[in-house]
Design a protein around this ligand. Structure first.
Ligand code: TRP
Length: 350
């Protein structure tokens, strides 16, 4: 309950562009995927998960865990399995409701890989080579063909469900643009088949920055003291907030230039409590950093604990969790197959 109330408060803080204007309730479709790679932190939560939870009330939603995409980083198999199932549990714990949302694992719907292949056959190599994420990641992981073809698989993920909107973070906008281009290309070559979806940009009011380096975005690859994972135990949360970088001076005021550390903590506080930053500034006017930090830690413990309890109880019963995901895959397969039937026919597969 507490979790839900918090979600509602936070929703109003997002800039949900485009969605509002065009909303015949419950009819439009939203599609998005998340990669099962490591800890989910409060920045991901405020930026993405909460938006999914809100969208499920207004759209027909398909959310999936992109295990095939995760393979482009060659993860340890045991770890991949674990992270896939953990992520599903976490999404449900945060409020995704399998009765409202079609929640599934990407590899459980074979049409994703099939359509991904078909789209590769109409995608110019240059389009893939110029993708920013490909350029960045290929430096780290070496140039694997899977990394190059990551966006065509993502385009397949999207186009199968004929969505109106695709909620993604800024770094994925380029991939959705490519998806639109491919949809247009396919449609003009083979006849109207795919809908061209719009991007719904996930935008937090304030970006959540790293606790140990408040000049850069919070990131799970930046080291344990950089972020608070949704699954961090209370004592870990307390310790991380206590050791979070603060700034010189002793005033608790919001000024990202002069006080990036305190400003970041203030915006986290505000996002989780629903209080405005200026209200918090006056509340902590004559108080010390230590007191402010300890209040923030308790707030996070209090807000995250219902999520953590639900998460743990879901993971205790993996069988029923798998049942949920199986039902999701079944429903997704139905929709995806309908699209694939048309695609196969149009391109000449017998
Ligand atoms: N590439 C996306 C990311 O890294 C994840 C993703 C895969 C996705 N398939 C998708 C997002 C389809 C939206 C729609 O965040």
């Amino acid at each position: 309950m507490r979790c839900l109330r918090m979600e509602r408060n936070l929703f109003f803080r997002y800039n949900i562009k485009m969605a509002k204007e065009t909303l015949p309730v419950g009819r439009q479709v939203a599609v998005s995927g998340v990669q099962p790679s490591g800890d989910i932190h409060i920045g991901n939560y405020l930026g993405a998960i909460k938006q999914f939870v809100e969208l499920q009330n207004k759209y027909k939603t398909f959310f999936f865990i992109v295990d095939l995409h995760a393979l482009t980083e060659n993860p340890d198999p045991k770890k991949l399995r674990e992270q896939t199932i953990n992520l599903a549990a976490l999404y449900i714990a945060c409020g995704l409701n399998p009765k409202k949302t079609t929640l599934f694992i990407q590899s459980h719907v074979p049409a994703h890989a099939e359509l991904g292949w078909i789209l590769n056959t109409i995608t110019p190599l240059g389009e893939l080579q110029r993708m920013t994420q490909f350029k960045d990641k290929s430096e780290k992981h070496g140039v694997l063909a899977g990394l190059l073809n990551y966006p065509t698989l993502m385009a397949a993920d999207i186009l199968l469900y004929q969505p109106d909107i695709v909620p993604v973070g800024e770094d994925q906008v380029q991939h959705v643009e490519l998806t639109r281009t491919l949809a247009r290309k396919f449609n003009s070559k083979y006849g109207e088949t795919f809908k061209e979806p719009k991007v719904l940009l996930q935008k937090e009011v304030a970006r959540v920055m790293g606790l140990d380096d408040p000049t850069k975005k919070m990131s799970k690859s930046a080291g344990l003291n950089n972020y608070i994972a949704l699954t961090d135990a209370p004592d870990v949360i307390r310790k991380k907030i206590k050791t979070a970088v603060t700034d010189s001076g002793s005033e608790i005021i919001y000024n990202t230039e002069a006080k990036p550390g305190i400003s970041n903590l203030l915006s986290i506080y505000s996002a989780f409590s629903g209080e405005t930053i200026s209200k918090l500034e006056s509340k902590y006017k004559d108080k010390k950093y230590g007191e402010f930090k300890s209040d923030l830690a308790e707030l996070l413990v209090q807000k995250l604990s219902p999520i953590q309890e639900k998460y743990k109880s879901l993971l205790k019963n993996k069988k029923s969790l798998m049942k949920i995901l199986d039902a999701g895959a079944k429903a997704a397969n139905k929709v995806a197959e309908k699209t694939m039937k048309e695609v196969r026919e149009k391109i000449g597969l017998i």
